[in-house]
Ligand binder design. Structure first.
Ligand code: ARG
Length: 459
């Protein structure tokens, strides 16, 4: 079939070249945005007198009918079309004849594709924020429930100081709040209208870009037409935010994998989010968490692909830019599927508080508190630190924990020790006393929970 852009050339291409050039396989998912954009364009053309009001109405009705036919499945997208923009215009022209041919006045596919992509990702960004909100709320709920569950906190993956599971989970909620912020911030810059930039230089027609932007819910219009058709920063920003979000999910995924191992057994994942082994009957594998960890690499790859496509591209539109969509769609789909599974996994896992506490009791995680005890009685910190270190080392040799050392032994090391030392190194007390802002005490974690809920209620 002759191409709609047959002009200087006959519009007849090699069939392999046709396939190679075509983007309809992946851009057809933007059909709704394409038609919505075209409806606004037709309205603007009519209201500015570029086409008659009658023509404008006819085109709008035709477009609405196409949208309805596609939504209901009465009409299927023709995969032999070059892209979704050509498909819609072609169908409109088939149905309306010459009237359909007026739609593309004062417009180019260059500003059209920039518009569709912005509209599509604006809606999707809002969807991802809603999913993130649900995950953050679920995690906050689990954190509240685990506010008093003592477990070892780790540095270097070595037991370090006692914390609560509530505190640990709230750390992730804080990360997710920033992820939400980043996406919403990127959305602000995304929400500027490129339509009316036309091919690259603007147009001689008396268009009203502001009207079109307003009809489509944009906050403003892009102020340089070459920038408008060349800019894909909004995708780079979104994919960067997605990458950071995936990095966060991968860290929690890794912890869930560790915590569900026999070596930890701090948690039990619900059967619904695990798999068995085809050979080892005893296995319960955390596949979903592993996949989230693995898919993080894929989203990073999408970001890198996009940045690399854009690197060194001269202004304005270049066909290379068609390569932006597959990476961006893949990153989006991956993030959404990860969030769905992750939230389900968080909501349904159970905590083995007994195992967490048992682990906290080993590993001398109250040694800092013992040193602090001496400091509060007047010993310089470095001296106390050294004394406690030696004590830990002798405990390891005799197979004891700090609570099992007798008061006499303590006093032989320093007269500052008294019977109240046992209370000072009690794990519950160690946690409870860390009341500094953002600390692990029950009150501090409670304040974090309140803060997160307040922030989330405003989204
Ligand atoms: N399918 C193209 C894309 O995704 C649409 C824009 C085509 N513009 C052009 N001048 N060939 O980028």
């Amino acid at each position: 079939m002759e191409k709609m852009w047959a002009g200087r050339t006959a519009g007849i291409t090699d069939s392999a070249a046709d396939d190679f050039n075509s983007s309809i396989r992946f851009d057809s998912r933007m059909y709704r945005q394409d038609i919505t954009g075209s409806i606004a364009h037709a309205r603007m053309l009519g209201s500015c007198g570029i086409i008659s009001r009658e023509d404008s109405c006819g085109i709008i009705i035709g477009l609405e009918k196409i949208l309805d036919d596609l939504d209901s499945g009465r009409v299927a997208i023709d995969p032999s079309c070059e892209d979704i923009h050509m498909f819609v215009e072609q169908l409109l022209t088939e149905r309306l004849g010459d009237l359909g041919k007026k739609l593309h006045t004062a417009r180019s596919r260059n500003d059209q594709v920039a518009l569709d992509t912005r509209l599509y990702f604006r809606e999707e960004a809002d969807g991802v924020v809603a999913m993130l909100k649900e995950l953050a709320l679920s995690l906050t709920e689990r954190a509240e429930e685990q506010k008093t569950s003592v477990m070892p906190g780790y540095t270097h993956l070595q037991r370090a100081q006692p914390i609560t599971m509530g505190h640990h989970l709230m750390a992730y909620v804080m990360m997710l709040l920033r992820d939400i912020d980043r996406i919403r911030d990127a959305r602000k810059r995304l929400n500027q209208s490129p339509i009316g930039c036309c091919a690259l230089a603007g147009t001689t027609y008396p268009t009203d870009r502001r009207l079109e932007a307003e009809l489509l819910g944009f906050d403003g219009v892009i102020q340089n037409s070459m920038d408008g058709v060349s800019d894909r920063d909004f995708l780079v920003e979104l994919l960067s935010a997605f990458s950071i979000l995936m990095m966060h999910l991968s860290r929690l995924a890794e912890e869930l994998i560790l915590w569900s191992s026999w070596e930890f057994k701090f948690i039990e994942l619900s059967d619904a989010y695990t798999t068995g082994s085809s050979i080892m009957p005893q296995k319960k594998n955390p596949d979903m968490a592993e996949l989230v960890r693995g898919k993080t690499g894929r989203v990073y790859g999408d970001l890198m692909a996009l940045l690399t496509v854009l690197k060194g591209l001269p202004l304005a539109y270049n066909k290379d830019m068609q390569e932006d969509k597959e990476s961006a769609f893949d990153a989006l789909d991956t993030v959404k599927s990860c969030l769905t599974v992750f939230t389900g996994m968080i909501k349904t896992l159970s905590f083995n508080t007994g195992n967490m506490l048992a682990a906290a009791k080993k590993g001398f995680i109250n040694a800092t508190d013992l040193a602090d005890y001496l400091v509060k009685k007047g010993m310089p910190f470095r001296t106390a630190y050294k004394l406690c270190g030696q004590l830990v080392s002798s405990c390891i040799e005799t197979g004891r924990v700090l609570e099992e050392v007798t008061l006499e032994e303590y006093r032989s090391l320093s007269p500052l020790f008294d019977s109240d030392l046992y209370e000072a190194i009690d794990l519950g007390v160690c946690v409870g006393k860390r009341i500094s802002e953002g600390g692990t005490s029950f009150e501090s974690v409670g304040a974090q929970i309140e803060l997160a809920r307040d922030a989330l209620s405003m989204i």
